[in-house]
Design a binder for this molecule. Structure first.
Ligand SMILES: [Zn+2]
Length: 115
């Protein structure tokens, strides 16, 4: 797939995001703040544009994620679920969570996404 246009776009985007993460983690505080001011609004706008394409319908289902014409769209939408888990669920919750906690779900979902 890397020879296709999609493969090239995927590689470029992953490289951009990887560079952002590396710079935010490795550069000094001033450089990290400058990076955040310059790039964070762009990343937020990109995520917002993606989520706009997955806006739920009046039944709370995502028409973009529907795979067949006469089937119900999944709920919750995978794009929203992924964004929610990645951005709003953190790993800093108390250790004494029950075994079926949200963290276990997040971990299993992340493994699922990683393939
Ligand atoms: Zn969706």
């Amino acid at each position: 797939m890397s020879g296709s246009i999609f493969g090239h776009m995927e590689s470029s985007l992953r490289g951009y995001l990887s560079d952002l993460s590396d710079q935010a983690r490795d550069d000094g505080d001033v450089a990290a703040a400058q990076l955040a001011r310059a790039e964070l609004p762009r990343v937020v706008a990109a995520l917002g544009a993606l989520l706009d394409e997955h806006r739920p319908d009046s039944d709370g289902r995502c028409p973009t994620c529907r795979t067949r014409l006469f089937t119900r769209a999944p709920s919750p939408c995978r794009a929203y679920l992924t964004a929610h888990l990645c951005l709003l669920i953190n790993d800093d919750s108390p250790v004494d969570e029950p075994a079926d906690s949200t963290l276990d779900y997040v971990d299993s979902y992340r493994e699922y996404l990683a393939g």
